[in-house]
Design a protein around this ligand. Structure first.
Ligand code: IPM
Ligand code: MG
Length: 371
């Protein structure tokens, strides 16, 4: 069986971290005798420089013809403030919309080894384990009109937040399904005291709940949720929310895991032929980190964990995904740390991006010979 994987390394530290993740995937392919075909293409700032646009049509088409997309990150100071010109981030939105990736899964776990890397107290974050499920193709990111214009009193700008019942239903349903296989607790986050879209969201969430009696549904307003997330993060299991709220809350949640450099994500579309496999795009949530790009300092673990999510969600290889997670935990347990997760622990062994990737691969290979 051959699987096609489109590799979009992107800008900044994207190429470094995806390079390590790719090598991990190659080992898994060899160990499990599957055929992974990698195709590379340019997106984001590099694509603007080379093709004049952040997401050339051919690249989107290649994505549509692939089993999965592995993406680094896009953007950087070089392409900022282009008034009206192309922006690297448009590549992300184009891929999300063009591939129908409505469900963004962002798992947040605090590994025991990384507790000292978080600015939060151990008794608050010890044992944190939840998933933020962010709606990814609707809301204010995509609503029209979205523009700047002249009015009689000067410049003005407008963005539109629109959600259809169907868009809300499919993401909330996804949330219930995730929760059903976990600790059976779903928190739906909205701003129903102010926004019409949120009131519809809440209404639809309650309707969907009728089909999932074994799961408890709670509603939280996004402002108080921002507080609960850092005061009592262990109380959450699956959190489902709209596009903009999910964007904001997941950056906040990354602090619980010690570093943004630890958080992977999967953006998934509809299930294919009811077979449980979904087209997906997998990326670390950390962004391009231009300040450390090219210096072999980036943490490749979020990219490597994203590759694990790719195996699980798009290729149905759950145990292989688990082996990668185990290898990552093993390396951290041995005390190896990239700069971002160095914390204040005595005895931490500081390594760069390449060395961290190599350590994970060595661990994967020795796990295989143990089993
Ligand atoms: C994210 C990022 C993106 C978003 C940006 C880079 C467009 O912040 O994936 O969370 O806002 O969705
Ligand atoms: Mg974000």
């Amino acid at each position: 069986m051959a699987y096609k994987i489109l590799v979009l390394k992107g800008d900044g530290i994207g190429p470094e971290v995806i390079g390590e993740a790719l090598q991990v995937l190659k080992i898994v392919a060899r160990q499990s005798a599957i055929d992974l075909e990698f195709h590379e293409a340019l997106v984001g700032g590099h694509a603007i420089d080379t093709h004049g646009k952040p997401l050339p049509e051919e690249v989107l088409k290649q994505g549509q013809e692939s089993d999965a997309v592995l993406l680094g990150a896009v953007g950087g100071p070089k392409w900022d403030n282009t008034k009206g010109g192309p922006r690297p981030e448009q590549a992300l939105l184009g891929l999300r919309a063009g591939l129908g990736l409505f469900a963004n899964v962002r798992p947040v776990r605090t590994l025991r080894e990384l507790i000292p890397s978080s600015p939060l107290r151990p008794e608050i974050i010890n044992g944190v384990d939840f998933i933020v499920l962010r709606e990814l193709t609707g809301g204010i990111y995509f609503g029209k009109p979205s523009e700047r214009r002249e009015s009689s009193s000067g410049r003005e700008a407008v963005d539109t937040c629109l959600y259809s019942e169907a868009e809300i239903r499919r993401i909330v349903k996804f949330g219930f399904e995730l929760a059903r296989d976990r600790r059976k607790h779903l928190t739906s986050v909205d701003k129903a005291n102010i926004l019409s879209t949120s009131r519809l969201w809440r209404e639809v969430a309650m309707e969907v709940a009728a089909d999932y009696k074994e799961v408890t549904l709670e509603h939280q307003l996004v402002d108080s949720m921002a507080m609960h997330l850092i005061r009592r993060p262990r109380d959450f299991d699956v959190i489902v929310t709209e596009n903009l709220f999910g964007d904001i809350l997941t950056d906040e949640a990354s602090v619980l895991a010690g570093s943004m450099g630890m958080l992977p994500s999967a953006s998934l579309g509809e299930e294919m032929n009811g077979a449980g496999f979904r087209i997906g795009m997998y990326e670390p949530i950390h962004g391009t980190a231009p300040d450390i790009a090219g210096r072999d300092e980036a943490n490749p673990l979020a990219a490597i964990l994203s590759a694990a999510m790719l195996l699980e969600h798009s290729l149905g290889m759950r145990s292989e995904a688990e082996s990668i997670v185990k290898a990552v935990e093993g390396v951290l347990h041995e005390g190896y740390r990239t700069k971002d997760i160095q914390g204040s622990v005595a005895g931490a062994k500081l390594v760069g991006c390449k060395a961290m990737g190599r350590l994970v691969r060595e661990r994967l290979e020795s796990q295989e010979s143990d089993s």
